[in-house]
Design a binder for this molecule. Structure first.
Ligand code: HEM
Length: 390
């Protein structure tokens, strides 16, 4: 009886200690850390919008985003930041090019000074490690090479680098040209069907389709049709998650079966299972061909699948890591390039004299033929313009 009483006291004491520790940790995360960090950055001259308990600076961000949704910019206006990132616009006007803000209880520093950004991005000391990413971002972008640090980053990077050798990129240029020609043929076809009446082509959508097509071919090679379906599902997941990114995230709430979480789980499972099937298919077809060298294919998926079979630990990937890299590849290369192309043609439509100059250069270097990698490397003005617009 006595023993049970002692055990009971001990258990109760332990439970109280755990509870107190949890409460202290919560106070540290929600109250003390934001206060201490704000003060510490203020001393270094870095200020920012006020932190509100648990929500950080999300409420102000949401209000500004909502107001910006109604703003219609003049067609000639280049100042798109006020429309798409009004919170950064407002805060940098108020606090300068470097400021502190809060995604809930997570602190973040925004840097709009190009010199400082370059210094950080090219730093090799490891002082600027990738942060711990939001689970919503990881679910759609994958915990791939862009999110990893240290030895994991080195392992993933060593496996992926051979996919982007000069020769491989040359082959990809051919595929890119073929996809672009398909897109232009489709425009011509639509114009023909409209019997030379006025037709409207939404360029941002066209470029999204084009970059999706290019990435699907480079990532999945002969499996590009199935790959395209996966990426469509991933695009849906991206849109669902991005729409909730400005919402307050309460730690642990991602495990609750709320309607939004359930929808996200369903979409994520759909993407993961489809990718798993694709990977399995590659493994099986390689087995059927006797597992000869290079039998997994020379596309990105082939390299990743090959890395799952190696006995070299420093070049090995698990099934989940391959899935993450496939998602990462699509996420990193799809919208980025589509937006750059859209922005470029938009600016060229405003500056038609530049359109003429670029057209002249393309005709001089490529004639009426299909541009290949060597011709593209000679398009100095075109490359310069794209980098300048970017
Ligand atoms: C206009 C187009 C693009 C822009 C502006 C862009 C921008 C960037 C930036 C700024 C980073 C560094 C991020 C960081 O260190 O935190 C990055 C990394 C990365 N990008 Fe892109 N990117 C573009 C196109 C692409 C394409 C087409 C692909 C692949 C198909 C791609 C794949 C990646 C990958 C895998 C990383 C991570 C690299 C690593 O950590 O080793 N990106 N990109």
């Amino acid at each position: 009886m006595m023993v049970f009483t002692y055990v009971g006291y001990f258990a109760a004491g332990l439970a109280v200690q755990v509870l107190v520790a949890k409460i202290l940790k919560l106070c540290w995360i929600v109250l003390w850390r934001p206060y201490a960090l704000t003060k510490s950055f203020e001393k270094q001259g870095i200020k920012g919008p006020s932190y509100s308990i648990l929500h950080g600076t999300l409420p102000e961000m949401k209000t500004l985003l909502k107001a910006a949704n109604g703003v219609i910019l003049d067609t000639n206006c280049h100042d798109i930041a006020q429309r798409v990132q009004p919170h950064y616009n407002r805060w940098s006007a108020e606090y300068g090019e470097v400021f502190l803000f809060w995604r809930g209880v997570q602190p973040a520093i925004r840097i709009a000074d190009p010199k400082l950004a370059k210094q950080i991005l090219s730093d090799k000391s490891g002082a600027y490690a990738q942060p711990q990413f939001d689970h919503r971002l990881l679910s759609f972008a994958g915990n791939g090479v862009g999110q990893l640090n240290g030895p994991d980053w080195v392992r993933h990077r060593s496996i992926l680098t051979p996919a982007f050798t000069k020769d491989k990129l040359k082959l990809m240029t051919k595929r890119m040209a073929a996809c672009t020609i398909d897109m232009i043929d489709d425009w011509k076809n639509r114009a023909r069907i409209a019997d030379h009446q006025h037709i409207t082509i939404e360029m941002s959508e066209e470029f999204k389709k084009l970059t999706c097509d290019v990435i699907t071919h480079t990532a999945f090679g002969s499996n590009y049709v199935e790959g395209g379906e996966v990426f469509k599902a991933q695009d849906e997941l991206i849109h669902h998650c991005v729409a909730t990114m400005a919402d307050l995230y309460i730690p642990g709430s991602r495990f609750l079966p709320t309607p939004s979480n359930r929808q996200m789980w369903k979409m994520e499972n759909n993407v993961n299972n489809s990718l798993r099937r694709l990977i399995q298919g590659r493994l099986e077809s390689a087995q059927a061909r006797g597992n000869l060298d290079g039998c997994y294919g020379d596309d990105v998926l082939g390299l990743l699948v090959e890395a799952s079979k190696t006995t070299n630990k420093s070049l090995k990937l698990t099934m989940d890591e391959i899935i993450d890299e496939c998602k990462q590849f699509f996420f990193s290369g799809h919208e980025t390039t589509a937006k750059l192309l859209t922005w470029t043609v938009f600016l060229l439509s405003l500056h038609q004299e530049w359109q003429e100059r670029l057209r002249e250069e393309v005709l001089t270097e490529c004639g009426m033929g299909i541009p290949d990698a060597d011709m593209v490397s000679k398009l100095k003005l075109v490359n310069y313009t794209i980098i300048f617009f970017f």
